[in-house]
Design a protein around this ligand. Sequence first.
Ligand code: FES
Ligand SMILES: [Fe+2]
Length: 395
Amino acid sequence: MRNPLDAQSLALVTTPAVDLEAEADLTRCGALKDFWYVACLATELPKGKPLARTVLGTNLVLFRDEHGRPAALRDRCLHRNARLSAGDVFHGRIGCPYHGWTYDASGAVVEVPSLGPSQCGEALDAQGHARAGLQVRPCDLGKLQRFDTLEQDGLVYVFMGGDSKRARRPAFRVPYWGQPEWTVYFMVTRFPNGVTNLVENFMDVPHTVFVHRGWFRDPARKRVPARVKRSEGSVLVTYQQEQDTVTGLGRIFNPSGLPMVHTDHYFIPNITRVDYMWGERSGFAINSQVTPIGPTDSLVYTAISYRLPYDLPRSLVARALMPLVRWYTTQVIRQDVDIMKVQREGLTNGPGGGVFAGTEADLLHADIEAYRRWLLEGGHGEGPADEERGIVFWI
Ligand code: FES
Ligand SMILES: [Fe+2]
C-alpha cells in the first residue's frame, strides 16, 4: 500500500476516515479478526464459574473445562437461545439456566433433561442412549459455535477468525513476564472508544501535557524530535529528546537522575507497548492490549511491568510500592478514560466523525491507521511499505 504521506507534506497529515463500526463487527472486520484477542485475565476465570465477554460484537461465554483449560462458546443456547453465561458450570460443562441443556467445551450438547431420567445428572454415550431407548441423542441437536482459546502470561486469549492455525501473529508476550527482577501486574479498564482511537491515545505524547498535566508531564515548551519507523506490522517511535522527564513516579524510579530513554511501540492490530528506561536497572513498561467490544467500547488489558534501582530485596520494595504504583496508574488511566469519552462524544456527533486532520505529531497515528485499514480491507499482499522518518513536535 502506498504511504499516504510524502516527504513534502509531512507538516500536514490527512488520512481517510476511520470506520469504527466495521472494525468492531466480526462479519465486516476483514483480517482484523485473524489475531488473538485477550478475553479476560486468567484470574477472572476461576473453575466452576462462567464469564460473559463480548469480542468484535460477538457475545461469548467463557468457562474452564474439566482439565482447567479455558473454553469459549457463543453465548446462546441452541434450545430457546437463553444466555448460557447466566447458567452454571459443573464438571467442566456449562448448563443453560432455562431448561438445563448442557454443553461441553467443544460446544456439543451432552445432556437434555427433558429427554428423561437417564439424562439427569449423567451424560450418556451412544450405547447408553440406545439402552435408554432415546429417540434423539443430545449430540443430534447440534453444536454451539466454539472459538479457540489460549492461556499465556496470566491472560486468556480467544481467536475469532476460525482455526487459530490461521492466526497472523502468535499471541503477544507480556513484557518481562516471569523475569525475577521485574514486578508485573494487570489492570482491566473499560474504555468508551474504539481500538484505533485507543491505541493512538496510548502512543500519543502531545496529549500528556494537557490530559495528565501535573500527573505525568508538565507543559515544558520543549521541542521533541523523534524517529517514526513503520515496519513489519509495527510502528516504533523513538524520542530523541534530551532530558525528557516524567513527573509523578519518575523520581522514585530515577533517584540518581539518569537520562530517560522513551520508546512507544504499536503492534498490529491492537497492541501498544510504552517503555521508559533509566539506565539498565530501572524501568517501567506499559503494555496495553485492546479488545474491541463494539464500535466505541473496548476492554483494555494493561500489563504494568516495573523494575526499581534499589538494592534492597526486590520483593520487599516492589510489594511496598505496589499500592502507590497501582493508585498512580489508576489515576492516569482514569484521565484517559475521561478524554476518550469526550472524543467519542465529538466523534458520534452527526455525520463526518472519524475524519481526522493532523500535523507531523500525528504521523504515527496515520501509520497505525494505514495498517488497520489494510487489515480491515482483508489484509491482502504486503501491506503498508516499511518506512522511517524523522518528526518534530512541541510539548
Ligand atoms: S433455552 Fe437453554 S435449555 Fe432451553
Ligand atoms: Fe494518556
